[in-house]
Design a protein around this ligand. Structure first.
Ligand code: DX5
Ligand code: ZN
Length: 223
C-alpha cells in the first residue's frame, strides 16, 4: 500500500493541533516528524516534548526521523513520547546495528535513512533487518528544498534488492516530494511518500494526496 506522510516541519507551528487535524482529514497515513539537533544537521527543529504533546491530538502513525548525533542516547525518550516508527541516519552512527537492536528490543519498527551523498550499498546489509529504508531526496536539514531525481537510482536498486530477497520492504522517499514527481518515486519502487511543503502549504491537501495516490496506482510493488 502507498503511505502518505505529511512532514510537520512545513506546518504552521502556532496551530499544530489544527494543522495535524487538517492532514488527518485529508487522508494522511503517517505524520512525519523531523527531529534536528543543530549538530548532525545545521538546523534545530523540535524534540520529544513537542512529540508527546501532539501525541494527544491524533491517532496518526508517528514516523520519527532523527537527524541527530548519537541517536542511541535518545531512542527511549522518543519512544516514550509516542514514536511509532523510529528512523535514524546511517551517517550519524558508527554502529548502526546497535541502534537497530535498541529500537527492536522495544518492539518498535525501525528505519534507516541515507543522505544523498551516501551510496545505497551502505544500507543494503540492513534490508531484512530494517522495517523501512528512507532515501533522502534532499540534503537533510531543511524543508522546502528541490527534489534530486538522481537519488531515485537508489530507490530502484533497493527495491530490486528487496524483491530478490523476497521481502516486502517499506521504502520511504523524503524531501521535495510533490504531486508532480510522486509517479517517479513510486515507479522507482517507493511506497512511502513524505511531503512537507506540498501538503502543508496548500489549501487543498486532499487533492494533492489524491494525485499522489493516483501516481502510485500503477505501481507493481504496491497493493
Ligand atoms: C528534510 C526533512 C524532510 C522535509 C520534507 O531534512 O527530513 O522531511 O521536511 O519537507 P519538504 O517536502 O518541504 O521537502
Ligand atoms: Zn524527514
Amino acid at each position: 500500500m502507498l503511505y502518505i506522510a505529511p512532514s510537520l516541519l512545513a506546518a504552521d507551528f502556532s496551530d499544530l493541533k489544527g494543522e495535524i487535524a487538517r492532514m488527518e482529514d485529508a487522508g494522511a497515513n503517517y505524520l512525519h516528524l523531523d527531529v534536528m539537533d543543530g549538530h548532525f544537521v545545521p538546523n534545530i527543529s523540535f524534540g520529544s516534548c513537542v512529540i508527546s504533546s501532539i501525541r494527544r491530538c491524533t491517532n496518526l502513525i508517528f514516523d520519527v526521523h532523527l537527524m541527530i548525533s548519537e541517536p542511541l542516547r535518545y531512542v527511549d525518550s522518543f519512544i516514550k513520547a509516542g514514536a511509532d516508527i523510529v528512523n535514524f541516519h546511517y551517517e550519524s552512527v558508527n554502529n548502526p546495528l546497535a541502534v537497530f537492536k535498541a529500537i527492536k528490543e522495544r518492539e518498535i519498527p525501525c528505519g534507516i535513512a541515507v543522505s544523498p551523498k551516501t551510496s545505497v550499498e551502505a544500507v543494503l546489509p540492513f534490508v531484512g533487518l530494517a522495517d523501512q529504508i528512507v532515501i533522502m531526496m534532499v540534503e537533510p536539514g531543511y524543508g522546502g528544498q528541490s527534489f534530486m531525481p538522481e537519488c531515485l537510482d537508489k530507490v530502484r536498486a533497493l527495491r530490486r534488492h528487496a524483491i530478490k530477497m523476497g521481502l516486502d520492504l517499506n521504502i520511504e522517499v523524503d524531501g521535495g516530494v510533490t504531486a508532480e514527481n510522486a509517479a517517479y518515486c513510486t515507479e522507482a519502487g517507493a511506497n512511502v511518500l513524505v511531503a512537507g511543503t506540498a501538503l502543508f502549504k496548500t489549501k487543498r491537501p486532499r487533492s494533492v494526496m489524491a494525485a499522489m495516490r493516483e501516481a502510485g496506482k500503477e505501481h507493481p510493488f504496491i497493493g
